[in-house]
Design a protein around this ligand. Structure first.
Ligand SMILES: C[S@@+](CC[C@H](N)C(=O)[O-])C[C@H]1O[C@@H](n2cnc3c(N)ncnc32)[C@H](O)[C@@H]1O
Length: 267
């Protein structure tokens, strides 16, 4: 996910998920005045500024979006930065050093559609716990099953060499109960955890493939001359394995996915 311009044109599902999670949970959180809020894995910043910020604007002093991709952070800064909203590069899996301003710096932590990309979930949750003030809350919305990882597993042998971290990724599926344990072990008290199968409809196959491409990091590993052939292979595999439903009358593409939302507190 290094191309912010492509991502912002193809993130309808991410926008809808963030809106749904915030609508369901924002009033269940305990708010004081002048809060400092973090959005982890903010990507190009459009969800942070167009969806999260309007839910928060009377409650906060500052909203900070962080992402491990420098390209995403630079784009977010230039398109959405303002006095009470800033964007910084941060890999949530890496240790937070003592003396860092992130330590116990936040009243709330949000994260949308990022946690399923994080390999070291335990360390990331420990970091989030360290970053929260006492009494602070987290709201994390992500996918229980990462469809891209499922797709990488069925790619033909020739493409497997380009998938860095595939071994790690293939172990990345956790049940809701395993995830609950991870949050508890990191020190959180879970207030609510919920997941259910949802669907998202794309107007046609090409817009669905554009959305897949916008989050497919394989393109940064592949030599340029293989991009076209890889795109065809992805299209064929998705059809062959019937990973989506295609409406025979309209050509609309229906994706089933399994989001999970965790609302927890640091006592
Ligand atoms: C699918 S995008 C979600 C962006 C935005 N939150 C949204 O809902 O549209 C996932 C983002 O998580 C970021 N990410 C993945 N692993 C991360 C990590 N370890 N630390 C920080 N950001 C990470 C990626 O760089 C990417 O921008």
């Amino acid at each position: 996910m290094h191309c912010p311009e492509r991502y912002v044109k193809n993130n309808g599902i991410q926008q809808r998920e963030a809106k749904d999670a915030l609508t369901a949970y924002i009033e269940k959180m305990v708010w004081t005045s002048n809060e400092t809020v973090l959005d982890i894995g903010c990507g190009p910043g459009d969800v942070t500024s167009d969806i999260l910020y309007p839910f928060l604007k009377n409650k906060i002093k500052q909203l900070i979006g962080v992402d491990k991709s420098v390209e995403m952070v630079e784009y977010a800064k230039s398109s959405c930065g303002r006095s009470d909203m800033d964007f910084k590069a941060l890999d949530i899996e890496k240790p937070i050093h003592c003396g860092s301003s992130y330590l116990r710096g936040f009243n709330k932590i949000f994260s949308f559609f990022c946690f399923h990309w994080i390999h070291n979930k335990v360390d990331s949750l420990l970091n989030m716990h360290l970053m929260l003030k006492s009494g602070g809350e987290i709201l994390i919305n992500f996918l229980l099953i990462n469809p891209l990882v499922e797709m990488y597993k069925i790619l033909d042998e020739e493409w497997q060499q380009y998938i860095k971290d595939i071994k790690q990724m293939s172990q990345d599926s956790f049940s809701q109960d395993e995830l609950r344990e991870m949050f508890i072990k990191a020190g959180f008290r879970i207030i609510n955890i919920e997941s259910s199968v949802k669907t998202y409809t794309y107007p046609n196959y090409s817009s669905f493939l554009d959305a897949v491409r916008a989050v497919d990091d394989m393109y940064s590993n592949l030599p340029q001359h293989l991009h076209g052939r890889y795109a065809i292979h992805v299209k064929d595999k998705i059809c062959e394995k019937q990973m989506v439903d295609i409406c025979p009358n309209t050509g609309e593409v229906i994706l089933r996915y399994l989001p999970i939302t965790v609302h927890a507190v640091k006592d």
